[in-house]
Design a protein around this ligand. Structure first.
Ligand code: ZN
Length: 649
């Protein structure tokens, strides 16, 4: 293997030497993860020579980064002054917002308005690199402070030695000539097939093994049905080459740290926002597990390791993740940072297989996010499609919003309180935007909206990536308004405040996690509010089979619950139970069919997953009704967990 890699590097060096202007004074070429890093002494060549790097990237089909040789970088103090000079003062960058990472040759610049640091088409970034020799990495200072985000940035800075070593090691498995020339691809369903929960897929080529998602089943507390069935394969975690995570819901990412605990040492590819959100979700799983005494097979250490091993990708950037596998992420419209994964497997020169794994998708725009972007997706031969609402026609969003507002108004009239158990990621922020607008437009009284649980930290992370939000929400941020800080929104920081909120004479809305009542403050509020028929509980998200939320939604009126001291109490459900479906972050069956029809090429095979069997069967039928799909798609496949499918181009 080493031999092959050295030869590859020699060839690469030759191409670079032929194309890079001599005044760049190239020193060396290194692979750092999926990137090819060219170290130069004089980055000034970038000023005049704009096409050289693009040409090299095109010939080599590699992602290229230019860094400056350590001796040629300006001293940090000098570089700091230069950066402050180059960055407009409105960007909100002060001296302490500029930090240098000697190992990676990067300067991290924290800015209130990152766009101004970046400049039109990255012009300012280039100037910073050229004039200081440090490669700038710009992060947003979110208007809502996030302890987690700061923690991640500091941790990565402190561990940059480890990170560089890891990136070099990871690159050794990516940038080699494929050993076997074959284009066969095997897809094994590990979890989330004919069910919702524990999503995981193993994708194998003759040269590589890739995991797509690795989640847990939130409705089940006992193995083996809680975990993806990797235990049944003859594969040790260290044999996996890469993990790709579509989004930060625990049923897709909850057990990624478990892989690290049992020997996985490779990269995790996902968006930057998903990295932050998933770390938060995993830490929360640990927290809840500790409080409830459920064993969880990983610790905080593995969550930290996962963060260091994450290689964040932007939507639309094609990246080599194995000798014969390239991936590109596309916005999935489901939650902040969510992605569909396009996978090209096979001969790098062409003729391989194109797979699209949808993850969870929303093919309709919401207040929070733009819809899944199909426009730029290249050819798709095999589509792995979620089917959560494959049997459901969701009401239009405006109807859903009106229904929610109507429910709240009725509850206010009878002096009750409204409990909305919410998923902390996505749905909570969407409902906040709905309530804010209804109150601003006077459709709803300005009553307090109490927010408890992880929602606050998650919202803060949303404010760090406003460019990923819907155009209208991003526009609010650009105009200096933070819609998540509306005047009636009140965060509950101390659990002792709960009884005051419940006993207060005035009506209020309480938003609390978890969204399926599997734990968290939502369950505590439920206990306090359930007995009073004036109150209402409104579900605004999918309730997975087996969760308390699902049982109540299905009509159970007496619930046995455990108190913190271990006592079992019976809770009588006298409160009104409502469910508003239209807010889903998933596509309904019409949207799913339209999504397939809107792909640039209709896939030859469609594999349905992430749905209960009835939803999957119904979606298969619905897809068959579409003429486009009927003509072009040879198979609609509905695998079970542990089924393996083999494909050739
Ligand atoms: Zn999801």
């Amino acid at each position: 293997m080493v031999f092959v890699r050295d030869r590859l590097l020699d060839e690469i060096r030759k191409v670079i030497m032929e194309n890079i202007p001599p005044e760049a004074e190239m020193r060396r070429v290194e692979f750092e993860g999926p990137y090819l890093v060219i170290y130069v002494r004089n980055p000034g060549f970038l000023k005049s020579e704009t096409s050289a790097i693009k040409n090299i990237a095109k010939i080599l089909r590699k992602r290229i980064i230019v860094k400056v040789d350590p001796q040629a970088r300006k001293k940090p103090q000098e570089a700091r002054s230069k950066i402050l000079e180059l960055v407009p003062s409105e960007a909100g960058v002060s001296e302490k917002d500029i930090e240098f990472d000697e190992v990676l040759g990067e300067v991290v610049i924290k800015a209130a308005k990152p766009g101004l640091v970046i400049g039109a088409e990255g012009e300012n970034l280039k100037r910073i690199l050229v004039e200081t020799g440090w490669r700038p990495r710009v992060v947003r200072k979110p208007p809502i402070k996030s302890g987690l985000l700061e923690g991640i940035i500091n941790y990565m800075m402190n561990e940059s030695d480890y990170r560089l070593k890891f990136l070099r090691r990871a690159s050794e498995k990516i940038h080699v000539d494929p050993l076997f020339k074959s284009d066969t691809v095997r897809i094994t369903a590990l979890g989330g097939f004919m069910e919702v929960g524990r999503s995981a897929i193993l994708l194998e080529t003759p040269n590589s093994k890739i995991l797509l998602d690795f989640g847990l089943n939130p409705g089940i507390n006992t193995p083996p049905n809680m975990y993806p069935r990797i235990d049944m394969l003859n594969i040790a975690p260290e044999e996996i080459d890469a993990v790709v995570v579509t989004h930060a819901h625990v049923d897709h990412c909850g057990l990624v740290p478990f892989l690290f605990k049992y020997g996985y040492d490779g990269p995790v590819y996902t968006t930057e926002a998903t990295r932050d959100l998933m770390a938060l979700m995993q830490l929360d799983i640990l927290d809840v597990a500790r409080r409830e005494g459920n064993p969880i097979p990983f610790t905080q250490r593995e969550v930290q390791k996962m963060v260091l091993h994450t290689i964040p990708l932007k939507y639309g950037d094609t990246t080599d993740i194995a000798p014969d596998v390239k991936i590109t992420l596309y916005n999935a419209g489901h939650i902040l940072g969510s992605a569909m994964v396009h996978i090209y497997a096979g001969n790098p020169a062409g003729g391989g297989i194109n797979i699209l794994y949808s993850g969870d998708i929303k093919f309709q725009r919401t207040r929070l996010l733009e819809r899944a972007s199909v426009e730029e997706i290249p050819r798709v031969d095999i589509l792995i499609l979620e089917s959560t609402y494959g049997a459901t026609d969701l009401p239009p969003r405006n109807e859903a919003e009106e229904k929610l507002i109507e429910i709240i108004k009725k509850t206010i009239e009878r002096k009750g309180k409204v409990l909305i158990p919410t998923l902390s990621v996505g749905r909570a922020q969407e409902i906040m935007l709905v309530l804010r607008s209804a109150m601003m437009e006077k459709k709803l009284d300005e009553i307090p909206v109490y927010i408890e649980g992880m929602i606050d930290e998650v919202t803060a992370i949303h404010t760090a990536y406003p460019e990923l939000l819907s155009r209208e929400t991003f526009a609010l941020f650009k105009s200096g308004e933070n819609p998540f800080s509306y005047t009636t929104f009140k965060r509950v920081e101390d659990r002792r405040a709960r009884s005051d909120i419940v006993d207060a004479p005035e009506s209020s809305v309480i938003m609390a996690t978890s969204g399926m009542l599997t734990g968290g403050p939502a369950v505590e509020y439920f206990k306090l509010l359930a007995g009073d028929p004036r109150n209402t509980m409104v579900f605004v998200n999918y309730q997975v089979k087996g969760t308390l939320g699902r049982r109540i939604k299905d009509g159970e009126k007496e619930i046995q619950l455990q108190e913190e001291d271990g006592r079992i109490v019976t809770v009588k459900v006298n409160m009104e139970i409502q469910s508003v479906e239209g807010f889903s972050g998933h596509s309904d069956r019409k949207q799913l069919v339209r999504f397939v029809e809107s792909l640039p090429t209709i896939p030859k095979k469609i594999i349905l997953n992430h749905g209960e069997p009835s939803a999957i069967a119904s979606l298969a039928k619905e897809l068959g009704k579409s003429k486009d799909i009927r003509v072009r798609t040879a198979d609609i496949i509905m695998p079970n967990v542990l089924d393996t499918l083999t494909f050739k181009p």
